[in-house]
Design a protein around this ligand. Structure first.
Ligand code: FAD
Ligand code: NAI
Length: 466
């Protein structure tokens, strides 16, 4: 009889956990995955990446029709009206299809889905909804959830003060939506409701939006969102929210302290960050401590300090991104199977799916300067023929290279399709490209990606089109 029920037990079926389970099973390991949600796919598929992109896409189509972009290209639409239940229905259908797809993958790969919350008894024994299972290796992939803001109580059911989950499910377009936190969620979901007709005010604690991104990109993003009609209250904090009937009154203060002002809203989105899910996991029973940020620390192979226990995704340090979690899922399974699984954390792209999109990979200009001499090349989308033809000329591409070796250290884009463009930059950096390599790579014409080539040419001298 086998010593353990499973070779691998994964806790959590988000992009980290389900990918780890599939790869482990593909490598011949007997695998189970515990998930407490009704459906597989974690935050990303159920209440994150997928539903938000469905609403971003639908709201973009609505804005194109309602605000004359289609008409400008000769597409006459007549009176444009929003059918919010239909849009929400499309979102729900996409989520259902994709979460169902993971269930199919589990069946195909003979992965047992253990339904319920998992909690450690010891490093190889886990309780899932009252049943005990044992595994030689346990992967913690429990993800993250919304960071609460004291004084601003979220109630997604009421739909007045909501987190991202509630903001994805509003059944009306609020007249005035106040977003607390000008990060990725605030700007993406703020864009959705602005396009659908809400006045949107973003209250951000710092003096710029999108912390962690390149400084010039953050400043440009602020200008563009303002141009689109978002009101930005930077260097400002919310200290309290009071609900009266269908209105919320917020108390605001300058971040550095000072006079309080009030702001009335029809809906408030709290999006000030996310924190790792570790509560109730029984980590104390296996002697696994958390770091100062509440995360589980691992080594480069995703081993925790406890033998046989591994961790990946949002619950460990690094950017809270689905593709980072997925790559770690593949790597951890390969390491458990005795192969060499590696994730290059220096080259993880990040994308904000607003319009235009905002994307980056590698170091910001500020970080690169701290490390030594650099050269920077920039190219505006205004001078890119495809962007110009499509009438989507906001933004630029910036390539940052080491002054001595010319090796590319970072690439930043604001462009309608920046999320697609950044993949080539990530690939180039993964292969250790120089700016010269990119500048002398033939790019198809006319494409937005030619702006990356021209920015790389600008590192070394002059691009052709400016
Ligand atoms: P999760 O996806 O959070 O999955 C963890 C799973 O574990 C959950 O299903 C949870 O129910 C389960 N679980 C937790 N504890 C237990 C337990 N004790 N027992 C059993 N099950 C448990 N990232 C991107 O890269 N691109 C995007 O466009 C993007 N958009 C986003 C939009 C929104 C609104 C949000 C909130 C997030 C978005 N993200 C995006 C982030 C992305 O969703 C996360 O980085 C990703 O889901 C992390 O994957 P994970 O596997 O670590 O955890
Ligand atoms: P975030 O960390 O991106 O932004 C939070 C913002 O809130 C920051 O700008 C911060 O300065 C601000 N803030 C913090 N406390 C505040 C306060 N009291 N008052 C006002 N502002 C305050 O976090 P967000 O947007 O909640 O997203 C969470 C995570 O989800 C992100 O880390 C991101 O990785 C992931 N995500 C990724 C997406 C993507 O890849 N496109 C989309 C959505 C989420």
């Amino acid at each position: 009889m086998a010593e353990y029920d499973y070779d691998v037990l994964v806790i959590g079926a988000g992009p980290g956990g389900y990918v780890a389970a599939v790869r482990a099973a593909q490598l011949g390991l007997k695998t189970a995955c515990a998930e407490s949600r009704e459906t597989l796919g974690g935050t990303c598929l159920n209440v994150g990446c997928i539903p938000s992109k469905a609403l971003l896409h639908g709201s973009e189509l609505f804005e194109e029709a309602a605000h004359g972009t289609l008409a400008k290209f000769g597409v006459k639409t007549g009176k444009v009206e929003l059918d919010l239940p239909v849009l929400q229905g499309e979102k729900a259908a996409a989520v259902k299809e994709l979460t169902g797809g993971i269930e199919y993958l589990f069946k195909k790969n003979k992965i047992d889905w253990l339904k319920g919350r998992a909690s450690f008894q010891d490093a190889h024994t886990v309780d899932v909804a009252g049943k005990t299972v044992t595994a030689k290796n346990v992967i913690v992939a429990t993800g993250s959830s919304v960071t609460p803001l004291p004084g601003v109580a979220v109630d997604n059911e009421k739909g007045l003060i909501v987190d991202s989950t509630g903001a994805l499910a509003l059944d009306r377009v609020p007249d005035h939506l106040v977003v607390i936190g000008g990060g990725v969620i605030g700007l993406e979901l703020g864009s959705v409701w602005r396009r659908l007709g809400a006045k949107v005010t973003v209250v951000e604690f710092l003096d710029q939006l999108l912390p962690g991104m390149d400084g010039e990109v953050r400043r440009e993003a602020g200008k563009l969102f303002k141009k689109q009609g978002m009101e930005l209250k930077l260097s400002t904090k919310v200290t309290q929210a009071t609900v009266k009937g269908k209105k919320v009154t917020l108390s605001l203060e300058p971040a550095a302290g000072g006079d309080t002002e009030t702001l009335e809203a029809d809906a408030v989105l709290v999006s000030i960050g996310r924190r790792p899910n570790t509560e109730g996991l029984g980590l104390d029973k296996i002697g696994l401590e958390l770091n100062k940020r509440g995360q589980i620390e691992t080594d480069h192979d995703f081993r925790t300090k406890v033998a046989g226990v591994w961790a990946i995704g949002d619950v460990i340090p690094g950017p809270m991104l689905a593709h980072k979690a997925e790559d770690e899922g593949i790597a951890v399974a390969e390491n458990i199977a005795g192969q060499i699984g590696i994730v290059n954390h220096a080259v993880i792209p990040s994308v904000v799916y607003t319009f235009p999109e905002i994307a980056g990979v590698g170091l910001t200009e500020e970080q690169a300067k701290e490390r030594g001499e650099i050269k920077v090349g920039k190219f505006p989308m205004l001078a890119n023929s495809r962007a110009k033809t499509n009438r989507e000329t906001d933004g630029f591409v910036k390539v940052i290279a080491d002054a001595e070796t010319d090796r590319v250290l970072g690439v930043w884009c604001i462009a309608s399709v920046a999320g697609t463009m950044i993949a080539q930059a990530a690939q180039a950096m993964e292969f250790g490209a120089t700016s010269e390599d990119i500048a002398y790579t033939c790019h198809a014409h006319p494409t937005h990606s030619e702006a990356i080539k021209e920015a790389a040419m600008a590192v070394r001298g002059k691009p052709i089109h400016i």
